[in-house]
Design a protein around this ligand. Structure first.
Ligand code: ADP
Length: 579
């Protein structure tokens, strides 16, 4: 699992910095948008008395002014929303990009622990949610908070004693409402619990019906059931009654609060502290507080969800990345392809060693078949050669140089992998062979020729420019394998690591792949995890690995003659006879 890491939206601030001009322009629109609210409240204060007095010219004048203010306000809102959307989106995309880059550098152990589905969710849904929260914060919460402040300021300016009284009253109303709400919910939950009794009795009764009938106890059970139904009905009724009480009581408390404001307002008008028009403006302003409060509460909930998303995203940063090359790591020159293991021991977890004190030398150009039961450590050996993992003891050498002293990227160009599953990315055939490396069309064609893939590629509509569907679903298994071989030999690697596919192809496809492999292997050091008899027969040397140790070694014939574990494997058909 991913460990939580300190997270907070504040740490995203640097990502917003480059967008300062847009943020400032958006902020300006926001100020205009917010400033319109007190203006509208003040217009309402003039309009309402004018309506009461039947002063049509004043009504028309104020309505015209209000319309103009609304127009400006909505235009400013549009400006604010569009100007702020860009930076908010950019932040979530930057975050996504940063985390994807991090993902590409993650340590293999860490990567394997994470599930693909989970990571996909994080980099899509979670990143989107974070973007939405940033957008909401910029474009909704901030103006709502400003609106709250501006309107409250306006109310204080209009008549501070009334505004203060309202400010004191509002929390009282809020506390009363929430207290009552909590009591009702508590009582409702308690009576709801009784409802489950009915279900448990039913469960018991249905299972026991034959027994009840056998004892002629039906009237007894019916009585019990009726009693339970009655309890159930009463509990439900109590719940409904409590809930029914909630609306009127809450409504009454709120109404009393508003009436109290009206009463204080009337007193203020009486004492000459406030005009009728001012009071109308005050009530209009009061109404303008409802919306931003509602927005801020909803956004707060979303903000908390967003924080959980951000935490999940940030947790990727806590995972270890692949160690960087050692300072002074050497570039590789011309590689001959000699591989040497010197007393190599490796374990993924300390409690479970996987490779034990492995020593061997593979001469340049030698073809070595690795065989052995599943779990013996064959793939682990490959992972050490590619430096996906590092041995805890011993050294792995390529042409006499410790792999740990080489530049990882160069090492991985000198040692190429043909994986068991020929996974390809969507794109053109040429792109799949080049796989991000600079390569000319003729180099790509040559790699394809070596892999015996040029024939089928030329036959495709578009040839090397033909498109591969996702996962290469428009190619056959054998064609995909040959493509994977072409990809491996493109950079002319000195060493080939081959993880032979376990699933059988038909004879013709098998032969085509085989021919590609033979051509690709020529002149290179090859280490092959072998499943086919023909592969092991043709290898210069066979290593039988069991539980992380080389237990037998030699040619196919000598090992068969020895009649040991290797012959066992062949007889149990763990090495396939075909092709
Ligand atoms: P083979 O390729 O011979 O089937 P592996 O090299 O895949 O064997 O596995 C050797 C042992 O290491 C097995 O016991 C396997 O469970 C364990 N193993 C392989 N990969 C990991 C890993 N990433 N984390 C922990 N244990 C692993």
């Amino acid at each position: 699992m991913l460990a939580p890491s300190p997270a907070g939206f504040r740490r995203l601030w640097p990502l917003l910095q480059p967008h300062r001009p847009r943020l400032l322009a958006g902020g300006f629109c926001m100020v205009v948008f917010v400033a319109c609210w007190p203006l509208l409240a003040s217009l309402a204060g003039r309009l309402i008395p004018a309506i009461g007095e039947g002063d049509l010219p004043a009504v028309l004048r104020n309505i015209g002014a209000a319309l103009a203010v609304f127009l400006v306000q909505k235009a400013a809102q549009f400006g604010q929303d569009t100007l702020l959307a860009g930076p908010a989106l950019a932040v979530s995309q930057d975050l996504r990009r940063q985390l994807f880059a991090r993902l590409q550098r993650l340590d293999f152990g860490a990567l394997e622990k994470l599930s693909a589905g989970d990571l996909t969710y994080r980099l899509t849904e979670d990143a989107d949610r974070v973007g939405e929260v940033i957008y909401k914060t910029l474009q909704d919460s901030t103006p709502s908070a400003l609106q709250l402040l501006a309107v409250l300021g306006y109310m204080l300016w209009l008549d501070w004693p009334l505004a203060l009284a309202t400010l004191l009253l509002a929390p009282v109303v809020a506390v009363l409402v929430s207290l009552f709400g909590a009591r009702v919910m508590g009582a409702a939950e308690r009576s709801q619990k009784q409802v489950s009794e009915l279900a448990s009795l039913l469960g018991e009764a249905i299972g026991g019906l034959p027994l009840v009938r056998a004892f002629a106890a039906e009237p007894w059970l019916q009585q019990r059931f009726d009693a339970e139904v009655d309890l159930h009905r009463r509990a439900r009724y109590r719940t409904l009654r409590l809930l029914a009480l909630q609306h009127p009581v809450v409504g009454f408390i709120e109404a009393a609060g508003i009436l109290a404001v009206l009463l204080i307002g009337a007193a203020r008008i009486q004492s000459g502290g406030l005009s009728g028009a001012g009071f109308s403006s005050f009530v209009a302003a009061l109404l303008m507080l409802i919306d931003p409060i509602a927005h801020l509460t909803t956004n707060y909930n979303e903000f908390q969800q967003g924080q959980a998303s951000l935490r999940r995203l940030r947790a990727i940063e806590a995972e270890p990345v692949e160690p960087p090359d050692r300072p002074g790591a050497r570039p590789l020159g011309q590689v001959r392809g000699e591989l040497v293991l010197e007393g190599v021991s490796f374990a993924y977890t300390p409690a479970k060693p996987v490779l034990h004190d492995l020593s061997l030398r593979i001469a340049p150009g030698q073809v070595v078949a690795l065989v052995g039961p599943s779990g013996a450590g064959k793939s682990t050996l490959f992972s050490l050669l590619l430096r996906f993992n590092t041995a805890q003891r011993g050294r792995v050498l390529l042409d006499g140089q410790d792999l740990a002293d080489l530049q990882a990227r160069q090492l991985r160009r000198a040692i190429a992998l043909v994986p068991q599953q020929s996974r390809v990315f969507s794109g053109t055939i040429a792109e799949a062979i080049a796989f991000g490396r600079p390569a000319s069309a003729s180099q790509i064609r040559e790699a394809a020729r070596l892999a015996n893939a040029d024939g089928f590629i030329d036959a495709l509509p578009g040839g090397f420019e033909a498109r591969l569907e996702e996962g290469g679903s428009n190619l056959s298994g054998g064609q995909l394998q040959r493509l994977a071989i072409a990809r491996a030999v493109l950079g002319n690697p000195a060493v080939l690591l081959l993880d032979e596919a376990t699933s059988a192809l038909d004879a013709e496809a098998e032969e085509a792949v085989q021919r590609g492999l033979e051509q690709a292997m020529a002149g290179r050091t090859v280490l092959v995890i072998a499943h086919r008899l023909s592969t092991v027969q043709e290898a210069d040397r066979i290593l039988l690995l069991e539980a992380g140790r080389i237990v037998e070694e030699g040619s196919h014939d000598s090992l068969m003659a020895r009649g040991g574990r290797y012959r066992d494997l062949c007889q149990r058909q763990l090495i396939r006879i075909e092709g």
